[in-house]
Design a protein around this ligand. Structure first.
Ligand SMILES: [Zn+2]
Length: 314
């Protein structure tokens, strides 16, 4: 029987999830390991191999897609990932190819998310779009004419580190004012501390111990004025930034992914409003703001598997 499944693997600082995915985007088997329990990356590769051997899936896989922070498509290496215990340069794609005897592709998580959106999610009908992942940081995957934009070295599309406020908040990248310091979940939490408002003293957020971004959005839904101001502030900065980023690739859509985007309120609508207010006239009313449909469907595994279907079966 022809090998028909893709193995999608998402390596995060906390856990590594992987799954066997068919071409319809159905995950037929999935499992996870705590990433930190493997001192050496090869131990993780071996553990996944053994599990899939035991379950009888090994011969049914035609390719392997791996998503990891700072994963480089061209080299197949993880390069200096800040939140992994494996330091320096890790030749992860080669390790998987050598152990499994199948082709393996590495990319970063945001690029994988964009691939997943195009094959299995809310961007099936468009060939030019950008996925914006709003999590602990802000990531982006840029698709132009149906292909991921990698740049000459594989690091294209780091929209989260485009600086939107001169001399603004200090970013983990050591510079100031990056989009991610305002519009990630950690950025939203920083806004509780840093935004001034006459409504702040009366906000329920101020009586919470370590309020989260979810708390901010929940309280805004309940009518808390300061929380609403933070949501608006976040949406305005993101919308304004997306207006500018349109100049690069003239996308048909931005697909927002992550807890903030998924929140029941009208965040995406607000982002759209602020984007339209700030956008160059030639792009006006042409770009959708969509919310990912993969959020509850193991997006990272689907994304890395989609990358394999797209790259190895075309
Ligand atoms: Zn930065």
């Amino acid at each position: 029987m022809e090998s028909q499944y893709a193995l999608g693997i998402d390596i995060g600082g906390t856990s590594t999830e992987y799954g066997i995915v068919n071409k319809l985007g159905e995950v037929i088997y999935e499992f996870d390991f705590p990433t930190k329990s493997f001192n050496e990356p090869q131990e993780l590769v071996d553990a996944i191999y053994k599990d899939l051997e035991d379950k009888g899936y090994l011969n049914q896989i035609f390719g392997i897609g791996v998503g990891a922070p700072n994963g480089n498509y061209f080299t197949g290496n993880i390069e200096y990932a800040p939140n992994l215990t494996w330091k320096g340069i890790v030749p992860l794609a080669k390790m998987f190819e050598h152990t499994f005897g199948k082709p393996a592709l590495l990319t970063n998580d945001a690029n994988a998310a964009a691939m997943g959106e195009m094959l299995f999610g809310n961007a099936k009908d468009v060939k030019d779009f950008v996925t914006i992942t709003l999590g602990t940081g802000v990531g982006s995957g840029v698709i132009v004419n149906g292909n991921l934009v990698y740049g000459h070295d594989g690091f294209a599309g780091e929209y989260g580190h485009i600086r939107i406020i001169p001399e603004g908040r200090l970013c983990g990248c050591t510079r100031r004012g990056c989009l991610e310091t305002y519009c990630s979940s950690t950025g939203v939490v920083r806004s509780i501390e840093e935004l001034d408002s006459e409504n702040k003293a009366f906000s329920s957020l101020m009586s919470m111990e370590n309020p989260s971004a979810k708390n901010v959005f929940d309280e805004a839904d309940l009518g808390d004025l300061f929380a609403k101001e933070i949501v608006d502030y976040t949406a305005r900065l993101l919308g304004s930034a997306l207006a500018d980023y349109a100049c690069f690739s003239s996308p048909k859509a931005y697909v927002l992914f992550g807890g903030i985007a998924q929140h029941s309120g009208d965040f995406a609508k607000k982002v759209k409003l602020f984007m339209e207010e700030n956008i160059l006239v030639i792009y006006k009313n042409k770009i959708d703001i969509r919310v990912s449909s993969l959020h509850d469907r193991n997006a990272a595994v689907l994304g890395t598997a989609a990358h394999v279907f797209w790259d190895l079966k075309k």
